[in-house]
Write a protein that binds this ligand. Structure first.
Ligand SMILES: [Zn+2]
Length: 300
């Protein structure tokens, strides 16, 4: 058995690497460097090699395999990445390329899958819901993603899109999504979508954090409408997930997931749409917040 688990999170602006003790699950090392995405795909590959070399030097350890969380997902047939908001990654055989560069086995998965597995293995699910069999990890931030864990395994799915609820159709009023479809969940309930809805109503821009504050202060009818629309549509969107996979726990990360009222008003809205006379599903915040993805990558 290896004496360490290695995980990398490939973000839009930074690449993070962690080394975890496989027995104690203690984090032995954690480093980040810039992604350098503006210099193109090859530069990003070199940054990945650089951080692995750096961490090897500082820990005195060498990985015998490595897990990497990426945006988008890998097409299981062509092995090419797609659906990445960091567009230089789309069409690249990323897993193969990194594997060739590092000379060790590399496993990749979507960053929301890594988030879900991290909270399952090391986070809130492990701590508070150890008997949970079905866990849905949700990231609601600048986009909306999801990862599904069943009996401890990530469900990548036949088409490699398991858990991708952010691009279910929700409402045409959200407009055209970068994915080419109209009215995706993400275009209604992600942070930028909430901000642009608010701006359309009020005629002036406001950051999400300030919209939430105005909503709580009951001083801004547009903030009230924006938040009501979020809760209602979160309820509609998540009810489709509950009706199909009926998770024990839904862990919600990201900036929108941080809004407390989502766990009261949003859940109340979901209750209206779920095909059950009650909901026992636990809706919880993650233990590791934004740093969850890189920890999950180490378990791929
Ligand atoms: Zn979409």
């Amino acid at each position: 058995m290896s004496d360490s688990l290695w995980g990398i999170d490939l973000g839009g602006t930074k690449i993070e690497c962690v080394v975890i003790d496989p027995i104690t699950l203690e984090i032995k090392e954690r480093q980040r460097i810039p992604t350098m995405g503006d210099l193109g795909y090859d530069a990003v590959l070199q940054q990945i090699k650089k951080i692995v070399d750096q961490v090897s030097v500082s820990t005195g350890l060498k990985p015998d395999k490595i897990g990497i969380g990426t945006p988008g997902s890998t097409n299981p047939y062509t092995h090419k990445l797609r659906n990445c908001n960091s567009v230089y990654l789309n069409g690249q055989t990323f897993q193969k390329d990194v594997q060739a560069l590092l000379g060790i086995p590399v496993t990749t998965s979507n960053d929301a899958n890594c988030f879900a597995i991290s909270e399952y293995k090391l986070g809130i699910v492990h701590d508070q819901y150890p008997d949970a069999k079905v866990v849905f990890g949700v990231i609601m931030g600048t986009g909306v993603g999801g990862g599904l864990i069943v009996n401890g395994e990530i469900i990548e799915g036949k088409n490699g899109i398991g858990g991708e609820w952010g691009h279910n159709h929700l409402d045409d009023s959200g407009g055209l999504c970068y994915c080419g479809k109209l009215g995706c969940v993400e275009k209604i309930i992600a942070g930028p979508s909430l901000e642009s809805y608010y701006e359309k109503l009020s005629g002036s821009p406001k950051k999400l954090k300030d919209i939430v504050e105005s909503y709580r202060a009951k001083t801004d009818e547009h903030a009230h409408k924006t938040m009501q629309r979020l809760f209602y549509n979160f309820g509609r969107a998540i009810s489709c997930i509950i009706n199909v996979i009926d998770p024990d726990v839904i862990v919600i990360g990201g900036g929108v997931g941080n809004i407390d009222e989502l766990y009261t008003e949003g859940v109340k809205a979901a209750e209206q749409f779920v095909f059950s006379d009650y909901i026992e599903t636990a809706f919880v915040k993650p233990k590791h917040g934004d740093s969850s993805g890189v920890l999950g990558a180490a378990f791929l």
